[in-house]
Design a protein. Structure first.
Ligand code: MG
Length: 444
């Protein structure tokens, strides 16, 4: 008996009878329905492959699962741009062989067995390959059920996915102008950042270059200049925009622990919505000291890969928002477990959602956001027309809310022929390379 027959049996009320058994005259026992074999009659995986594209210079890696049912396939996000080729090999050389012939039905079983298939595990390369597989299986399950994935996760718990956007500029005045523009366009949550990610532009000419050391293209950061700049933008933006907007900021881990504790204590007066990633993952034990010093809400976890990194800190309420990059931990299946863990400790989600998450990955974020109780905030998307051509059905924005469509599955397709016109570029190491004023490498 296949699944549909079982559902029809249930629909006819066979199992409804026992609940009436205590009522007068209801003595009939339920009909026994034998359990379905583990994979008999199921739709089978025929191929797992990586699909790579880079329409705007950012490496995007997808997993496509093909099945023995014509027209039934799924896409998932496996984007780890910094090691894109390694993820492609993990998908094409290992997961394809591992998954062929398996049932698409048993997502948890495939996740658990693929997770240990390499014996050594929990690293970003294998987790991203696993995420692509996992999200593609959820996409297929939604298509088979005729439901969007958020329905499979329990249904909506809110009307829409609220987001924050990025306001940045070279001066506090430019950041203010940018933030005011977003506020007028409906955003209620705005991240304010002097410069772009990491604020590397704040560096004055470092002493080591003046002394003739280093390379001309070294990126450098001055912690002192950065910290003063952050206080300046918060003071100006809060003064000019008032209390009617939520302000966020990303430290990007690049300060000494006690310096960031002191900076966050000073920021408390401006009532940030959250301050993100104050410490690098190597400095997790500093959260205990931070919590004793300030009640400022904290977001953490963009760089997490391994459950041991978040399990105890969430249970000890060492931060307020869990900021995991979902493909870095293996997809929707583990992310739902993180979300449920957070619910019991009132740690809300703020899934990482930058340009190096594919549109399928952003959709996966949003499906989870709609279904979980302890959703906090989502990073907004800003796709070009070309991205919507390559990824039809990708999430859209309206008045600061992220919108997804109601198509079964994750709701995002892919034009692979168009995607192939944008091959992966040679990797640029620039963004991860940063030195302080004496030339010491700084960890993001
Ligand atoms: Mg960040």
């Amino acid at each position: 008996m296949n699944r549909r027959n079982i559902l029809q049996t249930l629909g006819l009320g066979t199992l409804g009878l026992p609940f009436m058994a205590g009522e007068a005259g209801a003595k009939e026992m339920p009909t026994f329905t034998p359990p379905r074999n583990f994979s008999d009659d199921d739709v089978k995986i025929t191929k797992v492959k990586a699909v790579a594209t880079s329409p705007h210079g950012i490496e995007l890696i997808m997993v496509k699962i093909e099945t023995n049912q014509p027209g039934l396939y799924g896409y998932g996000c496996a984007t780890f741009r910094q090691r894109a080729h390694a993820v492609i090999v993990a998908i094409d050389e290992y997961l394809d062989d591992f998954c062929r012939g398996k049932s698409v039905n048993n997502i948890e079983d495939i996740w658990q067995t693929a997770y240990v298939s390499s014996y050594w595990r929990n690293g970003p390369v294998l987790n991203n390959a696993l995420s692509g597989l996992d999200q593609a299986l959820w996409d297929i399950k939604g298509k088979m059920a005729g439901m969007p994935v958020y329905e499979l996760l329990g249904g909506k718990c809110r009307f829409a996915v609220d987001t924050y956007t990025h306001a940045s500029g070279p001066t506090p005045e430019a950041v203010l102008e940018s933030a005011q523009g977003f506020r007028e366009r409906g955003w209620r949550h705005i991240r304010i950042q002097l410069g772009g990610y990491g604020s590397t532009h704040l560096t004055q000419d470092p002493d080591y270059k003046k002394a003739g050391f280093g390379m001309p293209d070294d990126n450098t950061v001055s912690a002192m200049t950065y910290m003063k700049g952050v206080l300046d933008i918060f003071e100006l933006v809060r003064k000019e925009m008032g209390a009617d907007v939520q302000l966020l900021h990303d430290v990007h881990e690049r300060l000494q622990p006690m310096d960031v504790i002191n900076m966050i204590k000073e920021l408390e007066q401006y009532r940030p919505f959250f301050i993100e990633d104050p410490f690098s993952p190597e400095n997790m034990n500093w959260f205990k000291y931070l919590r004793q010093q300030t009640s400022c809400p904290i977001a953490m976890g963009e760089l997490f890969n391994n459950s041991n990194e978040w399990l105890n800190p969430m249970a000890e309420r060492l931060f307020d928002f869990i900021r995991i990059h979902i493909s870095q931990i293996g997809g929707i299946t583990p992310a739902m477990k993180v979300a449920r863990l957070g619910e019991w400790f009132n740690v809300r989600t703020a899934w990482h959602g930058p340009g190096d998450v594919s549109p399928v990955g952003h959709a996966a974020n949003a499906h989870i956001d709609l279904a979980i109780w302890n959703f906090g905030i989502q990073e907004a998307v800003n796709f070009s027309p070309l991205m919507y051509d390559i990824f039809p059905g990708a999430p859209t924005m309206d008045k600061g809310y992220m919108m997804i469509n109601e198509a079964p599955g994750l709701g995002v397709d892919m034009d692979e022929a168009l995607a192939k016109k944008y091959p992966l570029p040679k990797f640029n190491y620039n963004w991860t390379q940063l030195r302080n004023n004496d030339g010491t490498p700084v960890r993001p």
